[in-house]
Design a protein around this ligand. Structure first.
Ligand code: CAA
Length: 389
């Protein structure tokens, strides 16, 4: 049975900061951020957006009533959870009006967990071929003002539907994965910002990729020639480029050119949204599918998923005939075009705005947020959400 991605879309909040402006304010050459790191704009989440609303906004943009009736499993991948106990999926199950006889869970393993979600969804569809699974990957990436990681922040969510006879990408059965305990990036329960050993995290990521690519090729008897494109988890776009360059060092010029030009297209949305942790690899997939002029049905795409701590996986998908008719390109282009640029001071103010942690009641101003779903505050320690458009 062919199982894979039937629909896919993403959502980014309506605010962003230009990385050139940030570089000037931080006393750094703008090219370090735009070329050295490879980020142009960084999405900023207002207080009225959290991981739940970002996910609901992404999912609502792709789901029809027919999809909703077929969904019986919601998998919410995040490392920006809003509750230690209650899964964020329960909120979006309600906000999206999904059927009651649905399983709903949250998954966590840094930036990797949406891939765990995809693989769990494949297993579920193999056992329940007529159902559909909604996987959402939603995060707000926060390292802190004036830190080395600041330029690798962002906010957004990707949502995709996994089904049999998928309309976009059929996932191939073989995948390779690996776990290795490492403190390269983590966020303790008491911290609003991530801790990171930056250089170590970069090495760890590259080593995982090269090891898993070799293992996959050994297992399948394939080589770089068999991939029409390679996609990466992109905490910042230069990260994927560094890994790709290492893997093609000894390849033919033709393979190098094909894979490097595909990568260039796959990083387009990531460069103007920023790091969305769990969703980054899948944002790169959307970017490639919606912006490539050369991809065609039958092309094989390799996907590298990495979550610090560390778990990685390399797997592949094959494009389905007519996939281009099932993309949401116009919606994404319009959403990104309508965003508002913040000054660095405005971004800093939003970043430092502390929501009253532990208070049983508070409200959040939602009037300036054009998103369909917003977080409105807390009542009796219960988070409140509404659909406003
Ligand atoms: N023009 C062009 N390029 C320039 C430049 C200029 N004027 N000035 C500097 N650069 C280049 C540097 O040469 C360097 O390039 P290479 O990587 O090719 O060597 C690049 O800009 C970055 O410069 P530095 O290494 O000096 O940057 P830094 O010390 O400020 O730190 C970082 C970079 C380690 C990525 C830091 O931003 C960080 O800690 N980020 C968070 C961690 C992270 O994203 N790690 C990725 C792997 S972990 C993961 O994937 C999980 C996740 O999502 C967090």
């Amino acid at each position: 049975m062919n199982i894979g991605i039937d629909k896919i879309g993403f959502f980014a909040p309506h605010l962003y900061v230009e990385t050139e402006d940030l570089a000037i304010k931080r006393g750094v050459e703008p090219e370090k951020f735009t070329i050295g790191i490879g980020q142009e704009k960084m999405a900023v989440a207002p207080a009225s957006q959290d991981a739940v609303t970002l996910a609901a906004n992404a999912a609502a943009s792709i789901l029809t009533e027919e999809d909703k009736q077929a969904i019986d499993y919601v998998i919410f991948a995040t490392e920006t959870g809003v509750d230690h106990s209650k899964a964020a999926s329960t909120y979006i199950h309600d906000l999206l009006g999904l059927p009651p006889y649905t399983r709903a869970v949250e998954m966590k393993q840094a930036c990797y967990s949406a891939t765990a979600g995809l693989q769990a969804a494949r297993g579920h569809i193999a056992l329940n071929p007529d159902s559909k699974v909604l996987v959402v990957a939603s995060d707000i990436s926060r390292y802190g003002l004036n830190t080395a990681g600041e330029i690798t922040q962002g906010a957004g969510a990707v949502a995709f539907v996994v089904a049999k006879d998928p309309k976009i990408l059929s996932i191939e059965p073989t995948s390779v994965y690996k776990t290795e305990e490492a403190m390269d990036f983590w966020r303790p329960l008491y911290s609003e910002t991530a801790f990171v050993q930056g250089k170590f995290s970069v090495d760890q990521y590259i080593n995982f990729f090269l090891d898993l690519l070799d293992r996959y090729n050994e297992k399948t008897n394939r080589s770089l020639k068999d991939f029409d494109a390679l996609l990466f988890h992109l905490p910042y776009t230069k990260m994927g480029l560094k890994a790709l360059r290492k893997s093609v060092e000894a390849a033919d010029t033709e393979d190098q050119e094909r894979l490097l030009s595909g990568f260039d297209i796959s990083k387009y949305y990531n460069a103007i949204v920023g790091n969305i942790y769990t969703g980054s690899l899948y944002l790169s997939l959307v970017s490639l599918l919606e912006n490539s002029q050369t991809l065609k049905a039958g092309d094989r795409i390799g996907l590298f998923s990495y979550g610090s701590g560390s778990v990685g996986e390399f797997f592949t998908g094959v494009l389905v005939p007519g996939y281009e008719k099932h993309l949401n390109t116009d919606y994404h282009t319009a959403m990104l075009k309508k965003r508002t640029a913040l000054s660095v001071e405005e971004y800093e103010q939003i970043f430092e705005e502390k929501l009253p942690v532990g208070e049983k009641d508070y409200t959040v101003d939602t009037t300036k947020d054009p998103a369909p779903f917003v977080f409105t505050g807390v009542t009796e320690h219960m988070r409140q959400y509404k659909r406003q458009a």
